[in-house]
Design a protein around this ligand. Structure first.
Ligand code: ADP
Ligand code: MG
Length: 318
């Protein structure tokens, strides 16, 4: 059964461009039917990782297997087993929706006997039945993304790589795109998705956080919050408020301070501050703290803390 095979297995995967290391000894596995969010700021190595996993870029070091097959030894075999919606996925504007699907059915060697039924299946799944005769340049951003996804999975692969599929798409279309992703995952497709939107990360079964070429964390959203934050996201009622935020921003062990309505929101490194010690330190700077409370933390808070630690580690090593 294909279900026993891990869709993605990565060990020490590294890519160097000259002296620059774009992906630095990354290791993880992805389980069948899982929605994995691969996150990180621009330039952190997400696309480079995906391109290696799709057999489009040769790793400098390390190994990667897709559905149990080594990407370097057998790139042709893995291409049949995965779908890749790249950041710059190209649709043909002068072709209709159906013609684009027909084109990609040819690219991915969908047998002619199955092509018609498969195209209909994709049109239904993506909700594009009533758009099939429209030219692609007549589609809104959200519909274009759905068509691009349909083209990337025309050969019915068990694994999909989606590289920022929702960037530049409006919130309603983003929500609908995610409904489609859940539907695919529920049907057993494994989804490897990158995104900039932190709210989308909360929807993933597990998330990986890339920062400056390194994989800093990999776990479920709940486990990440428990492991890293230990309740270290706090809201303070303090005066003067703006000065409090500015002061907190400059303090060591503070990952981030920002204004949340009439409160100051702060993420601290849990090893360095307690609520008491922070209140006391602020008092020394003539800030009166009226209240300080632990608030529900978000994945964004976790990544803010991880990025802060990454920066501190780099500064210490330099
Ligand atoms: N072909 C290449 N040659 C040189 N540098 C590259 C190449 N591709 C990517 N990079 C660099 O590697 C880093 C990671 O890029 P990328 O994987 O595209 O990041 P992300 O997808 O996370 O935004 C960036 O600094 C980028 O400029
Ligand atoms: Mg990218």
């Amino acid at each position: 059964m294909a279900n026993h095979i891990l869709p993605v297995e990565v060990q020490g995967l590294t890519k160097k461009f000259g002296d620059f290391t774009a992906v630095d000894h990354v290791s993880f596995t992805v389980k069948p039917g899982e929605v994995l969010g691969y996150l990180g700021p621009n330039g952190s190595g997400k696309t480079t990782t995906i391109r290696m996993l799709c057999g489009l870029l040769t790793p400098t070091e390390g190994t990667a297997k897709i559905m149990g097959i080594d990407v370097v030894q057998n790139p042709e075999a893995i291409k049949a087993r995965l779908g890749y919606m790249s950041q710059k996925f190209s649709l043909y504007d002068d072709l209709t929706v159906r013609e684009n699907l027909e084109f990609y059915a040819g690219v991915y060697d969908v047998p002619e006997s199955k092509e018609k039924a498969r195209i209909q299946e994709i049109l239904n799944l993506a909700g594009l039945e009533h758009h099939s005769t429209l030219f692609t340049n007549e589609l809104s951003g959200g519909w274009r993304q759905r068509l691009a996804l349909g083209c990337a999975m025309i050969h019915n692969p068990p694994l999909l790589f989606l590289d920022e599929p929702t960037s530049g798409v409006d919130p309603v279309a983003r929500r609908e795109f995610w409904d489609l992703i859940y539907q695919l995952a529920a049907g057993g497709t494994t989804i490897f998705i990158t995104t900039h939107y932190m709210d989308e990360a909360e929807h993933c079964n597990r998330v990986a956080f890339m920062y400056r070429s390194k994989l800093l964390a990999f776990d479920t959203p709940v486990a990440l919050k428990n492991e890293y934050l230990h309740g270290a996201a706090w809201d303070l009622e303090a005066s003067p408020l703006l000065e409090t935020v500015e002061l907190l921003s400059t303090m060591p062990g503070v990952a981030q301070a920002s204004l949340h309505g009439d409160r100051a929101h702060v993420i601290v490194d849990p090893g360095q501050w307690t609520q008491e010690s922070l209140t006391q330190k602020l008092a020394e700077h003539n800030v009166a703290v009226k209240s300080i409370a632990t608030v529900q933390s978000t994945l964004e808070d976790v990544f803010t803390l991880l990025a802060h630690r990454g920066r501190v580690a780099r500064e210490t090593n330099q």
